[in-house]
Design a protein around this ligand. Structure first.
Ligand code: CTP
Ligand code: MG
Length: 185
């Protein structure tokens, strides 16, 4: 049990810089869409829901959070009674990879949604909950390969794949209820 707590804590800590960008983008969104209004096959390439500002602010928020987490790492581990090193420390490239990768995964999902005829805001169960995980891990793997492989052990990956959809649904329903998001997904 204590072992499981350590794995869950390490896994969620490692993913926090990838979790925050989408939420920050929701708050910061607006302004020019990345696709500049262009269409492909009669449908928007990405749609008005993917903006330069949301992407930039989301990425910056994820990187900033990683640096804050680094600063409080020892204190939190100590307070929670975890061994030193139980919580991952983010090198700058890993922080950027997780944050920007999360945004890129979400942008990729919008591209897929538009190609499959879904309008902006339409739900795509499965893709909506895991697009940013795939993007974050992929870009982190490219920018900080050794760190990513050492940090995302099989145990932590399992936790991430199980816990992320749950956290995603809870935060988005919450954001919808308090009125900052247009749809509860
Ligand atoms: N957002 C943004 N830029 C991004 C991602 C999100 O500006 N790269 C903002 C937009 O205002 C968007 C809101 O966050 O409407 C919610 O994000 P999301 O649910 O990903 O977009 P949707 O509007 O639902 O569009 P899509 O169907 O393409 O996912
Ligand atoms: Mg959406």
């Amino acid at each position: 049990m204590a072992e499981l707590v350590v794995v869950v804590a390490g896994a969620l800590w490692a993913m926090l810089p990838a979790y925050v960008p989408n939420n920050a983008a929701v708050l910061a969104g607006g302004g020019a869409p990345i696709d500049g209004g262009r269409t492909w096959g009669g449908r928007r390439v990405l749609g008005d829901g993917k903006t330069w500002r949301g992407t930039a602010v989301g990425t910056a928020a994820g990187v900033a959070l990683a640096f804050v987490l680094n600063a409080v790492n020892a204190f939190v581990a100590d307070t929670a009674g975890l061994a030193a090193g139980a919580l991952p420390v983010f090198p700058p490239l890993a922080a950027f990879g997780l944050a920007f990768g999360a945004m890129l995964g979400d942008i990729g999902a919008s591209f897929v949604k538009r190609r499959s005829g879904r309008e902006r805001g339409a739900a795509f169960p499965g893709l909506d909950q895991l697009d940013f995980v795939a993007g974050a891990l992929a870009v982190a793997l490219v920018l900080a390969p050794a760190w990513t492989l050492a940090t995302f052990t099989l145990e932590r990956l399992v936790v991430v794949l199980v816990a992320t959809p749950v956290l995603h649904v809870v935060t988005n329903v919450g954001a919808y209820v308090i009125g900052v998001k247009n749809e509860p997904w």
